[in-house]
Ligand binder design. Structure first.
Ligand code: UD1
Length: 429
């Protein structure tokens, strides 16, 4: 298994191109199932999760071809992919493919809407309760679907088509919002989704569906209205820049020091995060080609942050912020409200010398003046990124093991950091 070796203590200086957002690319790719025309997506990041979803879509009968590599600084970042779902050959999404990535479950919306039938494995091999899909099921039932759960599969049927309805999410869910929005596109009449997720990726999906002929309004607010249509056509659409990748590199610069332009980054996608980083002592400005971040040299100031659905502070940057706070001048508090057990990085950061204590869903971080490199183990995608950030600032050598997590969500991480002067290399096992 590959690992990443970092020799810490170098400032970051230069330009980091920001890739297309993984969390936007995945639902946009899934939307291709809704038309027999070609959907062309530009700026699709080259990531393990994208490859995984290509395999699943291929299994349902979606033809795809990849081209249009965009050359940047001698490297190929992001791609153009053409998807054509002329014939859906299979409405079953099998366990082997869905279990590897939770977002695969979202195909249930388009398959049901277009084919009147979908049989999709429960995601992640986990039972309802620990990683629930209750909101998806309740929402699809509200649109008239008949649903049975049988042998680890959700079997959804709507032989006469779905019917528009008003559905109030009892809890904000990004995936359930994507899925119900897609399902409602072909429902008869009007659907109103209340307490919908407001994430920029939801807006991106609604824009793409509208470009394909859907009638969706209100995406980006808590109330989304969808007027049902009978068919969608093809379109060409660009995946928005990755706000989690942007925030991760911004935190890396804030921690290691330096002056970096995050090329293609958009401040409005992560204003809350930028405000937190400014409070922590980073200088952030909008420049012609993106966002510029500089560490102002006064050390890192502590912050108190609680994760929330957009526009609040994203859970996907919680681990990275914690890495930054390990070297703050004082005590910080970080509270996680979206996912339980999302503190797996705490033990690993402690191996580098961080002082963190946990009480329920809140971490208290007492800043230390230095971290010292050590071998660490990445436990999930964002936790891995936090260990890389900490390794960049730590003295000596840090080895981050199990790098496949990083490959799920960060395009060419070690190359991007190396171009800015970091000492980062991948060691292939
Ligand atoms: C998406 C993102 C992920 C991010 C998360 C929260 C993608 C591919 N993934 O994941 O990176 O961390 O949003 O911003 O876009 N829940 C239920 N019942 C359900 C569905 C969800 O209780 O039926 C709960 C979840 O357990 C969690 C919360 O709702 O506690 C939010 O999860 P959700 O927004 O659905 O996350 P994802 O869409 O899976």
């Amino acid at each position: 298994m590959d690992s990443i070796r970092i020799v810490g203590g170098r400032e970051l200086n230069g330009v980091i191109p920001i890739s297309g957002a993984k969390n936007a690319a995945l639902p946009l790719m899934i939307a291709s199932v809704m038309t027999d025309d070609t959907l062309t997506l530009d700026n699709v990041p080259h990531l393990a999760d994208v490859e995984q979803l290509l395999r699943l879509l291929g299994n349902q009968g979606v033809d795809y071809s990849v081209n249009g590599r965009r050359e940047r600084q001698g490297q190929g970042y992001s791609r153009t992919i053409h998807f054509t779902a002329r014939n859906i050959v299979d409405t079953t999404a099998p366990y082997e493919l869905v279990s590897k990535m939770r977002a695969s479950f979202w195909v249930i919306g388009p398959l049901l809407a277009r084919m009147g039938r979908a049989r999709v494995s429960l995601p992640g091999g986990c039972a309802i309760g620990t990683r629930p899909v209750d909101l998806f099921i309740d929402g699809l039932q509200a649109l008239g679907a008949e649903i049975e759960i049988d042998s680890g599969y959700v079997d959804a049927r709507a032989p006469k088509g779905l019917v528009g309805a008003r559905f109030v999410f009892p809890k904000v869910s990004v995936g359930a919002t994507h899925t119900l929005m897609m399902a409602a596109v072909f429902a008869k009449g009007e659907t109103v989704l209340v307490n919908a997720a407001m994430e920029p990726e939801v807006v991106n999906l609604a824009q793409c569906l509208n470009a394909m002929g859907a009638k969706i309004s209100g995406a980006g607010t808590p109330e989304i209205r969808i007027d049902g249509v009978t068919g969608l056509s093809g379109a060409r659409f660009t995946v928005l820049p990755d706000r989690i990748e942007t925030g991760t590199y911004a935190m890396a610069v804030a921690m290691a020091g330096g002056d970096v332009v995050l090329e293609g980054a958009e401040a409005n996608l992560l204003q809350n995060v930028l405000d937190v980083l400014t409070t922590a002592g980073a200088e952030i400005s909008t420049v012609e080609n993106g966002l510029r971040i500089k560490r102002n040299g006064n050390g890192i100031l502590p912050v108190d942050v609680t994760t929330e659905p957009f526009p609040g502070f994203p859970t996907d940057l919680q681990a990275q912020l914690m890495a930054l706070m390990t070297m703050a001048n004082g005590r910080s508090h970080i509270t996680e409200t979206i996912f339980e057990n999302r503190f797996m990085h705490v033990q690993e950061l402690a191996r580098l010398g961080a002082h963190i204590s946990l009480s329920g869903q809140t971490a208290t971080i007492d800043g230390v003046s230095r971290l010292k490199g050590a071998p660490v183990m990445a436990t999930d995608l964002r936790a891995s990124a936090s260990l890389v950030i900490a390794g960049l600032a730590a003295e000596g050598e840090t080895t981050v093991n199990r790098v496949y997590h990083l490959d799920r969500g960060f395009e060419k991480l070690e190359e991007k950091l190396s171009l800015c002067g970091a000492h980062v290399e991948r060691i292939s096992a």
